[in-house]
Ligand binder design. Sequence first.
Ligand code: MOS
Length: 764
Amino acid sequence: ARATVDTAVGPAPGTWGPDGVPDPLGDQEKNRLLGTSVSRVDGPRKVRGAARFAAEFRFDGMVYAALVFSTIAKGRIMKLHTAEAEREHGVVLVMTHRNAPKLRALPLWWTEGKSVAGDNLPVMQDDRIHWNGQVIAVVLAETPEQAGHAASLVQADYAAEPAVTSFDQAKAAGGEPAFHYGRLLKTEIHDAEAALAAAPVKVDEIYRTPRQNHSAIEPHAVTLAWSGDELIVHDSSQGVVHAAWSLAYAFGLSQEQVHLSSPHVGGGFGAKGLWSYHILAAAAARISGRPVRVSLTREGVHRVVGGRANTEQRVAIGARPDGRFDALIHTGFCGMSRHHNMAESFISSSGSLYAAGSFKLEVRAAHLSTMATTFMRAPGEAVGSFGLECAVDELAERLGMDPIELRIRNEPDKDPASGRPFSSRHLVETFRAGAERFGWSRRGVTPGTRREGEWLSGMGMATASHGYVRLPGGAVRVTLTGHGTLAVDVAAHEMGMGTETTIAMVAAERFGLGLDQVKVRYGDSTLPGEILAGGAQQTAVVGAAIGAAQRDVVEELIKMAGHGSPLAGLTIEEVGCADGGLCKLGEPDRFDSYTSILARSGRDELSVEASGAPSQEMTTWSMRSYGAMFCEARVNAVTGEIRISRFLGSFDCGRIMNAKTAASQFRGGIIMGLGLALMEETLFDERNGRIMNPNLSEYHIPVHRDVPEIDVIWTDIPDPHAPMGAHGVGEIGITGVGAAVANAIYNATGKRVRDLPITLDKLL
Ligand code: MOS
């Protein structure tokens, strides 16, 4: 499929090299693809149904798995009644802790190797229950229906033990220190409590956000088969190499013995890692000698895949009459299991957005007997921005100031918490551009005064922000062929966000080729790189590696070109890529094509594997994606019904690589944010810790009718210290949305709702 180039935006030229080292090959004027709007090259495959997902692969002799979930939160299995299920027609195996193979419990994320395990519990190795929903039996059968029916016949007798199944009960103990990526979630600068007490104007409020679960279009699934001691896996994965490593670890294999492929992913927002069902599928396949498919039901996704932790946040701001902050306090609790290490870091942005005189930021873990929580789009910031940005809105009203003006007055000149300079920050521009385009000046300053018939309307805004990361492990293999085409092989992931297209654009631009001359192969653990499609960093990781590979290719081609070449005598600094070959920079007529150089050297192809430079930029600078969210909400004064009538996201994320897919990422994040603001809530039966709404009829996410026209704009100012000048765009879209909606609803109604989701009952 040939990609279509819709419009040329013409991005400002930026540097390509990481950490400000200018890349002499980067600033080409020809073949300007980056920043234009390119449709997804994988789109037609998906529309035609030609793209295969994890649960669409099949092996000869494959059987289907159904899972049986525990119904207590904590205790022991005393007796398992499996005979009835085993007698059912078509049943091949009922696996429980009595007959499961010996397996190693996985290490937690970032603690050892490449684990992407959701928790570090042993999987089906003993009779212990750690959460309500834990898998206690796996039924394999010839059809999914047979497996599902037989699973319904498995019964268990338990010896329940006291469990902590309410957040209030968990918090009562005071919580424990919480960590994120191994970092203690606590920052104190000067005495914020004293400064708050002395401040003439202040807010001090509690904000609550509920547990949320993942609802990707494609529920989690895996299809796998053993071939001797090798395991072949079709997965839906955000980290193919990490998942292969993790599966190998559980079974005592080497990473190379697991070949995991995931060419298409039907949505991944942090939870397409490695969970118990992967390990159980491989274990059941080993015991039964049959290939196995596990395709989780929606209920299954809720019970055995982690979601976002609930939080209770105190936000207190002490200000002077002119609006300047003397104290910023953001503390509180997040729910956690004892078997993982990913606390919901709702303070991640709080030390970087406002120039306060003092800070007190802390997350404490309140331990519950529940399924481990995990990453969910903009972990921490999605919910932390709700508390912080509502509090800023509340303070603005108390000061009698416009909320945008209040934010601008507190704009810092360097990162207050880390003390580092900003690599590139144009947050104020996003306020101004967004306000202008949204018509912020038409906002009614007095809440509850704009009314048409039964409908009250109001506007609200909030700051959006998400930290920049570029993890190590970025590597690619590029292969230039004698036909002048380029293959890029990289263990990256296409989850619908445009990875394949954007990587092709980066490679095409760097090598001076057309998009249709570049072929990207990805989503397979045997490809180069150890890359996570997470943290909104995949494009930066891959782009930096492509830049390094291009250097190596050019260096090699100059050598191969020889004395007869128009390029003879030139150094790499003097040569660039354009029009399918190399030319002298500034002198395009001194040109030698790739095909000609390869042909003269008698080579069919030239292949190079390279890694991006280590990410010095992250330790030198304060780097974030920024934005401003603007919401217009209408609330029915009689019924409390809430309608979001307009929404605008104004972003500053460095250079935008592909205008079309970036806009879709922003919009997708905002839509997910509308769900966070108004609908999403995992409900637990606090008597036993069981999720009560593990389905899309009772766990609500926005549908088309809930989503207004969403306008997105961006600064498109490249960050000179980031590879390709780009910051992440995948996660920021959800941040700030909860607060923008809450602030708009307050402006419409005069009712301040501080616990999400904002459902109509809270407005009546
Ligand atoms: Mo994202 S929560 O890192 O998939």
